[in-house]
Design a protein around this ligand. Structure first.
Ligand SMILES: C[S@@+](CC[C@H](N)C(=O)[O-])C[C@H]1O[C@@H](n2cnc3c(N)ncnc32)[C@H](O)[C@@H]1O
Length: 222
């Protein structure tokens, strides 16, 4: 998969692409991530990318020209263009599962007060990562890329995420590691029994109980 991220702040992505699983996904060529600064596409002398809103009012608005020129420099026939915005469709695991089948994702990160409304005419989808407002689209671009990249072949083992929360409409079951007793808190004995069938049954029930306790709404949907 190729991911192009259009941003005014490419430096924000340094840790994201240089650490842990995303770094390895890039190394094994499961994903190719490109950062494009739309300031480089401004034709104004001072490389300005924003301006005051028509009609007056608060904040600075990203101009169409540098954003769309940057977009058109990377867009191909099979690209999916995603605008990050608090007004978009709410991101969830189902959307991550859909996006993992795309060949080429392009994220447009807004900043400041937002962007010129006409930019919406050039996109395929508008996505929000939650009902709150962030300073820019950079964190949302990282959140969505991370959730999608971990689902790509060879990035992590499929059995590692098959039972993750939301994969089958439930939360994950509780997990434990050594020691068997920590400050009086015991690991459920069945997990130490070595009896695979009983462990499987315990985990299925524990996932259901966990969902019932923390996210009843998921059970209602299921
Ligand atoms: C301060 S916000 C602009 C908010 C805009 N005035 C509004 O109320 O819809 C600046 C940029 O951050 C990004 N952003 C902020 N919150 C977001 C969210 N929840 N999901 C996705 N992107 C978000 C968008 O790219 C947005 O253009």
């Amino acid at each position: 998969m190729k991911i192009d991220i259009l941003t005014l702040f490419p430096g924000m992505f340094k840790g994201f692409i240089e650490e842990s699983i995303i770094k390895r996904a890039i190394a094994i060529k499961a994903v190719d991530i490109n950062l494009i600064n739309f300031r480089d596409f401004s034709k104004l002398n001072n490389h300005q990318v924003d301006d005051t809103p028509y009609g007056g009012g608060r904040g600075m608005v990203l101009r169409c020209e540098p954003v769309i020129d940057a977009l058109e420099s990377v867009k191909k026939k099979d690209s999916k263009v995603i605008l990050l915005s608090p007004q978009g469709k709410l991101f969830d695991e189902n959307l991550a599962l859909k996006l993992k089948n795309e060949k080429h994702l392009i994220f447009i990160c807004g900043h400041y007060e937002g962007f010129d409304e006409r930019i919406r005419s050039f996109i395929d989808e508008e996505i929000s990562i939650g009902d709150y407002v962030l300073t820019g689209g950079e964190l949302p671009a990282m959140v969505i890329s991370d959730a999608v990249i971990r689902l790509l072949p060879n990035v992590i083992k499929e059995e590692s995420y098959a039972n993750d929360s939301f994969m089958n409409g439930l939360l994950d079951y509780p997990t434990y590691t050594k020691p068997p007793v920590f400050r009086g808190l015991e690991v459920p004995p069945v997990l130490l029994s070595g009896h695979h069938e009983n462990i499987k049954l315990w985990r299925e029930k524990a996932a259901l109980d966990n969902t019932q306790k923390k996210r009843k709404d998921l059970l209602e949907k299921k």
